[in-house]
Design a binder for this molecule. Structure first.
Ligand code: FES
Ligand code: FES
Length: 182
């Protein structure tokens, strides 16, 4: 008889409880139990990065993590990158540079890149190469992938600058007793 254990996960902001076989990996549970097949299954030995997800914001190979080890954690998969129907800036940039060729490695690349930009919002090319070193692309689309991550970093810096300028302007208006023009 297969031993099972009840675990609780918050995946892409949604709470899940599942009875999982104790020997099943997080990758198996995400794909088979939760139907989140964006996370890809490939080498299963931690070499290709196709199965990359975030656990509590840390990038991991989900084929190397038992589901029971992830009990109680927050997991982000590629399906969780878009918000309110809008693609993540990284997804936009991957489209813009044509980084997705066959597309198989792209979910893992995107999730790893999201962790990279959280740690280093303005990475150098060397930072991107290091940050994505564990994610292989059999189509060898590395140039476009690196270009996309740098493009997304610039777009996010511009957006943050605009938000910062907007907040400063609103603060200045409020200090003067004025309302911003709608
Ligand atoms: S499938 Fe997990 S690293 Fe390759
Ligand atoms: S786009 Fe085909 S493996 Fe990377």
């Amino acid at each position: 008889m297969t031993a099972t254990r009840r675990i609780e996960l918050t995946v892409n902001g949604r709470a899940h409880a599942a009875d999982v076989a104790v020997h099943h990996t997080l990758l198996e549970v995400l794909r088979a139990d939760l139907g989140l097949t964006g996370t890809k299954e490939c080498c299963l030995v931690g070499e290709c990065g196709a199965c990359t997800v975030l656990i509590d914001e840390v990038s991991v190979d989900s084929c190397l993590v038992l589901a029971v080890e992830a009990d109680g954690s927050r997991v982000t998969t590629v399906e969780g990158l878009a918000t309110d129907g809008r693609l993540d800036p990284l997804q936009e940039a991957f489209l813009e540079t044509g980084a997705a060729q066959c597309g198989f490695c792209i979910p893992g690349q995107l999730v790893a890149a999201r962790a990279l930009l959280a740690a280093i919002p303005q990475p150098t090319r060397a930072d991107v190469e290091d940050g994505l070193a564990g994610n292989l692309c059999r189509c060898a689309g590395y140039e476009q992938i690196i270009e996309a991550v740098l493009l997304a970093a610039s777009a996010e810096a511009r957006a943050a600058g605009t938000r910062g300028a907007g907040a400063l302007a609103a603060g200045a208006l409020a200090a003067g007793g004025l309302e911003p023009v709608p």
